[in-house]
Each structure stands twice: as structure tokens, then as C-alpha cells.
Design a protein around this ligand. Sequence first.
Ligand code: COA
Length: 331
Amino acid sequence: MKRPIAYVAGTGRGVPKRVMTNHDFAALGLETSHEWIVERTGIVERHIASDTETTCYMAADAARHAMARANVAPGEIDAIILSTATADRLLPATAVDLQAELGARRAAAFDISAACTGWIYGMTVAEGLMHTGVAETVLVVGSEKMSAIVDWKDRSTCVLFGDGAGAAVLKRSKPHAREGILSAYMRSDGTLAELLWRPSGGAKIPFSETVLGDRSSYVRMAGREVFKHAVRSMSDACDRALDGAKLRGDDIDILIPHQANVRIIEATAKHANIPMNKVYVNVDRYGNTSSASIPIALDEAVETGRVKEGTTALMVAFGAGFTWGSMIVRF
Ligand code: COA
């Protein structure tokens, strides 16, 4: 396969208005502190969606910005891929709500469930659709309302997450173009699923009084274990993406990692031999927005001029599953 096949024509983000700081957890009666959260994670504040700011609402906001930047009308979109761990309802996919909301009448629409790695998975699937000729223009969105699935009584998880959406419009590359996806890598290990999961609330253990009582439909996480795997897997994924594009750490202008924890980001950058001044970090302002985190960061980097024509970006993610993956894109 000769790359590039697909390039990023536009990016956007959709972020809830309300900001919740670390200090605001005291009002919930949680025994935590701003100092603890900042020291362990780098997070200072996160956005929290209101009832009307649904996963679809935030996705549409991000998508409209990306489509405007790409100068793409709804009718030109061939496929909508929405990655989310927080679907607005279980059937049908939230992607079809987005399709209806945007009026993208010609588009196929489906959700991807790969947790924090979902947007990288989605971008890779989109590239595949272009390779086979099924699609020319694909909207890839990560939208997450994590506040709806975290346990607000569990200080070891609820302080980590935030809400938001990010999007990119991918278009088929012109022959001999230099810009576009240069490499992509995806992996998973389901033997470790129970280190970061929602035990109940699905078809296997449906909602019941018991489930509500034991709070087992909320996110549960073995933080230390997840931390170790995240560093190892994201480091591996950086190597694979660099190998795939025949590039070295020095060739990368900007690293845009999944924003879960600044210590994980620092360890990943060190492994890839990329100095921190080339790493985009916004986890302090958003917390972990799961699969929305990379496209939100990318959009901010575009807006502030850190990603511009000619920039080579390495994106790398890790999440529940476990899933992990990476991608190098030249803009
Ligand atoms: N405020 C205050 N104390 C807290 C706390 C909070 N919000 N959350 C946990 N603690 C306490 C624990 O109860 C524990 O207390 P104990 O020693 O009395 O039992 C202590 O802090 C240490 O907990 P531990 O879990 O070992 O801390 P840690 O240094 O591993 O940091 C995380 C915890 C969650 C920040 C860290 O493990 C992490 O970031 N893991 C990865 C999470 C992640 O990014 N997940 C998403 C991947 S996509």
C-alpha cells in the first residue's frame, strides 16, 4: 500500500461550557486535594457537560468546526465514524444521531468502541475506507461524556476524567501528495480488560437494583497497573509508528499523546526521544477526555499554529481494553 492515501482537511472541537476545578471536589464531600491531583496527574480542571450537552451534541459542535475548516458540506461526507465509550443510548449508534443532526444524507455512520484509543482506531478505519474506494471524505469524531459513567463517590477515578469532543475531516490524497497519514499502528490485549472497565450494565449483567446498589455500572480502574501498561504500550506504539513511516524521533515536529496523566506523557516522550517542548499537553485543562483527547489537542495545536502546513505529528493513545495505537500524519 502506497501512502499517503488520506489527509486531514480540517479539525474542530466541541467543549462543554462548565469548568470544574480540583477545588470543586470538596463540595462533593470527596477527600481529595488540588495538590494531590496535580502532583499525581497534572490535572487542574476539566469541562463537565450539562444535561443538554450530550455526546451527540458535543460531537456535532466539533464536527461543524472541522467541516467549516475543511470546506466540506454535509452532503459530501461518505462516512461518519464516531468513537465513544459514552453512547447517548445503547441502540442504535450515536453516530446515526450525528448523521441526522448534521444532515449528512449520503453518509454511512457507525460507532467505534475502543475507549481512549478509539479516535486513532477510527482514523485508521477511515484510511482503509479510502484505500478500498468506499469513501472519499470521512468525518472521524471522538466524543465523550465521561461524567455520566464515572463514580462520583470514587476519588481514585472521578478526579481524572472530563467531557468533550474533537473531530477531523479526512479526504482522499491527491496523487503524489506529500501530506497525509504516513503510518498507523493498532493493538489490543483483552486479557487485561478488567483493569479498566464497567463490570455491569451491558447485556451480560443488565441494570438491576443490585447493579445500582453496588455501583458496578460505573468505571472501575486499577490505577497503578493501568499506569504501567500505558507507559509501556504508548512507548511501543511510538516506535511502531516511527518504523512504519521510516522516521526517527528527531523527525517529529510535534507529539500529540492521549491526555490521561502528565507523568505518562513525559515517560512516553522520553522513550520516543522527543523533548517536552515538542509535546502538546492540555491535560491540565481537560483531564482525560478518553477518545476525544487527541482530536481536541490536535485542534488546539492547529489553532495556535503549532501544527501547520509541513508539520509532522506523531499521535499515540492507550485505553481500556487494553487498546493502544499510533499514527504519524504530515500536515
Ligand atoms: N485524592 C487523594 N488521595 C487519593 C485519591 C485522590 N483523588 N485517589 C487515590 N488516593 C489515595 C489512595 O487511596 C492511596 O491511599 P493509601 O496509600 O492510603 O491506600 C494513595 O492515594 C495512593 O494511591 P495510588 O493509586 O497508589 O496512587 P498513584 O500514585 O498510583 O496515583 C493515579 C493514582 C490514578 C493518579 C495513577 O495510578 C494513574 O494515573 N494511573 C493511570 C490512570 C489513567 O491514566 N487511566 C486512564 C488510562 S487511558
